[in-house]
Design a protein around this ligand. Structure first.
Ligand SMILES: [Zn+2]
Length: 881
C-alpha cells in the first residue's frame, strides 16, 4: 500500500518532462519530410528506474526503448510498442497497456498512449497435470492464514495473500485407471507482487484388461475367473467376468484368466485356452482374447460303466474275490459321451437278498463326468468305504447315477448298474483265521527281536496285502538253534538249519495244523539272506530289521501259502512261469487301505525280489484259493486226532502183531529205556507222548536227524504223500509206517531241498521194540535213510543173533549245566547221544536243540531238563541246579 502512494506523488513531475520533449519535436526545417516520430510517455516508475519497452517496426526490426520522450527517424507505418515489466528482487510491476500499436506518419510526431506502471498483485498458480480430460483432481490448497481451497483443475488465485502456501493431493479414479499424485504434498512462499507456481503431477497407478470372447454368443455367460496379485480374485458377487469388455482399475502385476467350458442345451462352448497369464501395467489397457469353439451338438449322455470293490488289488471288472469281514473301497465308474459340466450324484445300495443293508448318496467328486475311465485317479470315481461288517458272502450292490433325474441325460437306462436294476453279486469269501506264532530265535549270542510291542510291524504289510481276515498271533518263548552264526550268503547253511529246526519245533510243540511258525532272527550284516520259508508249509524265518522285516515276512508267508516266486529281477529261483504280467509288475491297480492311496500297476509283486512291492491279483487269488483248500479251516482241533486213525496210516494189524510177537518174550521192568536215568522225572510219562522224527530230503536223498521224544501229541497226517516214515524193530520188522510231508525250501538255488518233521505216536510197547527209524520216498528207494539206536547197534555188534531192543539199556547220561547270565551252558556225553533237546523242566516246552556240548542256550532262568537222543531212543536227564 505505501509503494502505491509514492507513485501517485511523483506523477506530475514526469508529465512535465514529456511536454518539454514534445515542443522540441515540433521545430522542423525545410524539405518534404520522409520520417515521423513517436512520443512516449511513461508513468509510475520510481526515479532512476528506466522503462523497458520494445518498439517493433513494420518490417520486423526492433528497437529497445529505455527512456520516455520522442523516438524519431521512423519510417511511416504501423509500429508495435510492448512494455516489459520487471523489478529484480521486489516482485513484478505491471505495465498498461502491455502492448499498443502506433501509426507513424511522415512529418509528424504522434503520441503513444502513456504507459502506466503499477505494482502487480501477488498470484498463486496451481498446475494440475497428468489427468485425462474431464477427470477432476483432488487437491486442497492451504492459504497462509490457514484457510483452504479445493482445486479440481489447473487454477489461478489472483490476488493471493503473501506467505507460505501448501497443497495436499489425493488419488482420483479415472475412467479406466486410478491416478495418484507423484508427490502427495508440496509448498512454496509467495512474495509481494510475485507469482507462486505450484504443480501437481498425476500418473496412473493401475491398469486394465480388455477381455474379448470371440466365438461365444453374448447370450452365454463366460463365467471367467481372473486371479491376480495379493489374492485378487473376481468373485461371483463382486467382479464377475462374464461378458467381454473392460476389467478396470487393476493393481499392477501378473494375472491368470481362467475359462471353463460353457454349455447350453444344444451346444458346448470350449475355450481354446483354459488359462492365460496377463501382465497388468499402470496406465495401460492390455487385451485378453479367449476364443471359443462350439464343439458338439450331441445330446449329453451319462452312464455307469463299472462298479467294483477293492481291498488290496482289483481288476476293473471286479472279479477279484474279496475277504469277508474286511473293509473295502467301493468305486463307481461313470462315463459321459462328451465333454460336459455335469455333476451327478450316485446312489449306492448294498443288499443281502432283498434286504437293503446300507444306502449312500455320493456327490460328484469332480466338476464334470469324465469321457474316459481313469482307474488310477481316486477322485475320478464315486467312492464309499464299505465297513468290513457288511463285506460278507451274498453281498449285492446296486448303483444309480443321478437317481433324482435332476440333470439332462439322453439315455437313463445306463444310469443303473447292473443294467436292468438287479443288484449284482459281489464275490466274497470267508477265509480261515491266520494262526501265527512268532518265535524269537537265538543263534549264537543274538536273539531276534519280536515282542508284543513290535509284532504289528512284522504284520502290517501282510495285513494290507494278503487275502487274510482275522490274524491270531502269539509270541513263543525264545528258542535256541543249534546253528552258530547266520551268514549273508548262508555259506554255512545256518539259515537252512534254523528253518529246519523251526519246522521241527513246530511239530515238537504239537502246533495245530493251521498254525504257522515264524522264527525271527538277528543278523550282523545289512545285505544278504533275509528270510527262508517252505513252499508251501507252515514254517518260515526272517530277520528282525524293520520295516523291511515286515515285507520279508509277507514274502515268506506268501511261500507258505504255496506261492512260488514272481520273476522280476531274473534272479528269482523257481519262478511261476504262468505269471501273467511281464517284468513282475502287479498289472492291476492296488489300494492301500491304510493310506487310502492307489498303488499303480507298475508296482512289483510281493513274491518277486524287486522293490516297491505290492500284491498282484494273481498272487492274491492263488493265496486265497490255497488257504481255502489246504486244511486251514477248523484245524485247531485237528492236532488232537490220533495219527493212527487218520487216512494214510498203515499201522496194519499185521505190523502190530509182528511187533507184539517180537517183543512178547522180552520182559523188563525198565521197558521204557529209562535205565540209568538220573535226577527227577524218571517216570515214562515224563518224556511225553510222541517221537519227533525229522530231517531233510536233498535232491531225493533223505538225511535223518536223531529222533527224539517230545511231550507233544502226534502230528496230523498229510492227505497224500510219497514220503514214508517207518519205525522198525531190531530185526527190521515194521512197527509203524506213516506218510510224512516234506516241504520245499525256498531260496535254495543249487538243489532241491525239502524238510520234514513229524511227531509220531508213542507207546510203551513201541518203545520196547524200537531199534531203527527209516524214511524213504517210495519213488526213490535208493535215497532212503535209516537211523539206528546207537545203544542197540552196539549191543548187536557185541553179540551174535537177534537183540531185543528193550533188553538194551541206554548208557548213563553224564550232564552238567552252568548258568551264564540269561543263558545256560550245557554239557553231556555227546558220543553216546548226538542230539540234546533242552526243555523247560516245569512246562515241558522245548528251549533248544543242541549238537555240541559246551554250547550256551537261552533259558532266562528257567529250569532245564534234557532229552538226549541216541539217534532213535531218548533218555531224560534233569541236572541238579
Ligand atoms: Zn522267496
Amino acid at each position: 500500500v505505501s509503494a502505491l502512494r509514492r507513485l501517485a506523488v511523483r506523477l506530475p513531475r514526469l508529465a512535465a518532462v514529456a511536454l518539454l520533449l514534445l515542443a522540441a519535436a515540433a521545430c522542423s526545417d525545410s524539405g518534404p519530410p520522409t520520417t515521423g516520430a513517436i512520443t512516449i510517455v511513461v508513468t509510475g516508475l520510481d526515479a532512476g528506474v528506466a522503462p523497458d519497452l520494445l518498439l517493433t517496426a513494420p518490417d520486423g526490426t526492433t528497437r529497445p526503448v529505455t527512456a520516455a520522450g520522442p523516438v524519431g527517424d521512423l519510417r511511416p507505418g504501423r509500429y508495435t510498442l510492448a512494455a516489459r515489466g520487471g523489478r529484480p528482487g521486489r516482485g513484478r510491476l505491471r505495465a498498461s497497456p502491455a502492448t499498443q500499436e502506433v501509426e507513424v506518419v511522415a512529418g509528424r510526431t504522434v503520441a503513444a498512449a502513456p504507459v502506466a506502471y503499477s505494482e502487480a498483485p501477488a498470484v498463486v498458480v496451481v498446475t494440475i497435470a497428468g489427468l485425462p480430460a474431464g477427470t477432476a483432481a483432488r487437491v486442497v490448497l492451504t492459504q497462509p492464514d490457514g484457510g483452504t481451497l479445493p482445486v479440481a483443475a489447473t487454477s489461478r488465485v489472483d490476488p493471493a495473500a503473501t506467505g507460505q502456501w501448501r497443497f495436499a493431493a489425493e488419488p482420483v479414479s479415472g475412467e479406466e485407471y486410478t491416478f495418484g499424485p507423484r508427490a502427495g504434498t508440496g509448498d512454496g512462499v509467495l512474495l509481494a507482487g510475485d507469482t507462486l507456481e505450484l504443480r501437481v503431477d498425476y500418473e496412473a497407478i493401475t491398469g486394465a484388461v480388455n477381455v474379448s470372447l470371440p466365438g461365444l454368443p453374448g447370450t452365454v455367460a463366460a463365467n471367467l475367473t481372473l486371479t491376480g496379485p495379493t489374492g485378487f480374485t473376481t468373485g461371483t458377487t463382486t467382479r464377475r467376468v462374464d461378458a467381454p469388455g473392460l476389467v478396470r482399475d487393476l493393481a499392477p502385476g501378473s494375472y491368470t484368466l481362467t475359462a471353463s467350458p460353457r454349455e447350453t442345451a444344444e451346444v458346448l462352448y470350449t475355450p481354446t485356452a483354459a488359462t492365460q497369464t496377463i501382465t497388468v501395467i499402470p496406465g495401460l489397457t492390455v487385451p485378453a482374447v479367449v476364443p471359443w469353439t462350439a464343439t458338439s451338438t450331441v445330446a449329453i449322455n451319462v452312464g455307469i460303466e463299472q462298479v467294483h470293490l477293492t481291498q488290496a488289488v482289483q481288476r476293473l471288472d471286479g472279479t477279484v474275490t474279496l475277504v469277508a469281514g474286511r473293509d473295502a473301497l467301493l468305486r463307481v465308474f461313470l462315463r459321459a459321451n462328451r465333454a460336459n459340466t455335469l455333476r451327478p450324484a450316485v446312489r449306492i445300495r448294498l443288499f443281502e437278498g432283498s434286504t437293503v443293508l446300507e444306502t449312500w448318496t455320493v456327490q460328484a467328486p469332480e466338476s464334470s463326468v469324465r469321457t474316459e475311465l481313469a482307474q488310477g485317479t481316486l477322485t475320478s470315481t464315486w467312492n464309499v468305504l464299505v465297513p468290513g461288517a457288511l463285506v460278507r458272502p451274498g453281498l449285492r450292490v446296486l448303483a444309480e447315477a443321478d437317481p433324482d433325474a435332476a440333470l439332462p441325460d439322453a439315455d437313463r437306462s445306463d444310469n443303473v448298474w447292473p443294467r436292468g436294476g438287479t443288484p449284482g453279486l459281489v464275490s466274497v469269501a470267508a477265509v480261515p483265521t491266520f494262526n501265527l506264532r512268532f518265535v524269537p530265535v537265538t543263534v549264537g549270542a543274538l536273539t531276534g527281536n519280536v515282542t508284543e510291542a513290535n509284532r504289528e510291524d512284522f504284520l502290517r504289510a501282510t495285513r494290507l496285502m494278503m487275502p487274510l481276515g482275522t490274524v491270531a498271533v502269539t509270541i513263543r518263548a525264545p528258542f535256541t538253534s543249534s546253528a552258530t552264526e547266520l551268514q549273508a550268503n548262508d555259506g554255512n547253511n545256518a539259515w537252512i538249519t534254523v528253518l529246519q529246526e523251526m519246522n521241527a519245533l513246530r511239530a515238537a510243540d504239537g502246533a495245530p495244523l493251521a498254525t504257522h511258525y515264524y522264527g525271527v532272527v538277528k543278523v550282523t550284516y545289512t545285505s544278504g539272506v533275509a528270510g527262508y520259508g517252505f513252499v508251501p508249509g507252515r514254517a518260515a524265518i526272517g530277520w528282525d530289521y524293520l520295516p523291511s522285516g515286515g515285507l520279508v515276512a509277507a514274502h515268506e508267508w506268501g511261500h507258505n501259502f504255496s506261492r512260488p516266486h514272481t520273476r522280476c529281477t531274473g534272479t528269482e529261483d523257481g519262478a511261476d512261469l504262468s505269471y501273467p504280467y511281464a517284468g513282475g509288475v502287479i498289472g492291476q491297480w492296488g489300494w492301500n487301505a491304510l493310506t487310502n492311496a492307489l498303488v499303480p500297476p507298475t508296482a512289483t509283486d510281493i513274491m518277486s525280489y524287486c522293490n516297491n512291492q505290492w500284491i498282484s491279483d494273481w498272487t492274491w487269488t492263488r493265496v486265497l484259493n490255497y488257504r481255502a483248500t489246504s486244511g486251514m479251516v477248523g484245524s485247531a482241533d485237528a492236532a488232537s486226532g490220533a495219527a493212527t486213525g487218520a487216512p494214510g496210516a498203515t499201522t496194519a494189524g499185521t505190523t502190530s502183531s509182528t511187533t507184539s510177537s517180537t517183543t512178547g518174550g522180552a520182559t523188563s521192568t525198565t521197558a521204557t529205556g529209562n535205565a540209568g536215568m538220573t535226577g527227577a522225572g524218571t517216570a515214562a510219562g515224563a518224556l511225553g507222548g510222541g517221537l519227533l522224527v525229522w530231517g531233510r530230503v536233498v535232491d531225493g536223498r533223505v538225511l535223518l536227524e536223531p529222533a527224539v521224544r517230545v511231550p507233544a501229541p502226534p502230528t496230523p497226517l498229510p492227505v497224500a504223500s510219497t514220503l514214508r516214515l517207518e519205525l522198525r524193530d531190531a530185526r527190521g520188522g515194521t512197527l509203524l509206517d506213516l506218510p510224512v510231508e516234506a516241504h520245499k525250501v525256498d531260496h535254495v538255488f543249487d538243489r532241491d531241498e525239502r524238510h520234514f518233521a513229524a511227531v509220531v505216536p508213542w507207546s510203551p510197547r513201541l518203545e520196547r521194540a524200537l531199534a531203527e527209524v527209516r524214511v524213504r520216498d517210495v519213488r526213490l528207494p535208493l535215497g532212503a535213510a535209516t537211523r539206528a539206536s546207537a545203544a542197540v547197534a552196539a549191543r548187536a555188534r557185541a553179540i551174535t543173533g537177534d537183540v531185543a531192543a528193550d533188553a538194551v539199556p541206554l548208557p548213563e547220561p553224564d550232564v552238567a549245566t552252568e548258568p551264564d547270565g540269561p543263558r545256560t551252558r550245557v554239557r553231556w556225553n555227546a558220543r553216546d547221544y548226538p542230539l540234546a533237546v533242552a526243555l523247560d523242566a516245569s512246562t515241558g516246552q522245548v528251549m533248544a536243540f543242541i549238537r555240541e556240548p559246551g554250547r550256551a542256550i537261552r533259558t532266562d532262568g528257567r529250569p532245564v531238563a534234557l532229552h538226549l537222543s541216541d539217534g532213535v531212543r531218548t533218555i531224560r536227564a534233569q541236572p541238579a541246579r
